[in-house]
Design a binder for this molecule. Structure first.
Ligand SMILES: [Zn+2]
Length: 135
């Protein structure tokens, strides 16, 4: 696996659907994990994008374009039974542990009902809970 610059108790590694973010140390329930970073777009600008991939709506006005490679949080995969959750503080999106996460566990969050219905469900959800065995 390629070594990635790491700013927290996690690393990028192979998951069942490509790349994912994995804990390298125990993360306590409620602990901050990582921030979702990237250029800020108005929601109107975001709506004009051809793809919703890596777009994260912060609030009724702003969306973060998380596609830059330096946004390590872009490697967080969706799960229907996630161990992390997103929260907004002062216009920024951060993730924290919903439960205690053990070293080696993949860190996941729920992408939200809209994204799930529009983009994930048509392809079939491949999370640990729903996932098909074939990659
Ligand atoms: Zn699922």
């Amino acid at each position: 696996m390629t070594a990635q610059r790491s700013e927290g108790p996690f690393r990028v590694g192979r998951s069942r659907t490509g790349l994912g973010l994995f804990a390298t140390d125990t993360i306590a329930k409620g602990a901050f994990i990582i921030e979702y970073v990237g250029p800020r777009l108005s929601n109107e600008e975001a709506d004009e994008r051809r793809t919703a991939r890596y777009l994260f709506e912060v609030n009724s006005r702003w969306t973060i374009d998380g596609s830059p490679y330096w946004n390590t949080a872009r490697y967080l995969n969706h799960s229907c039974r996630p161990n992390a959750e997103a929260y907004e503080t002062r216009g920024r999106i951060r993730f924290r542990a919903k439960q205690r996460i053990k070293a080696g566990d993949e860190i996941t969050f729920h992408y939200g009902r809209d994204y799930f219905e529009k983009i994930i469900r048509p392809l079939g959800c491949k999370c640990q809970r729903c996932g098909s065995v074939e990659a």
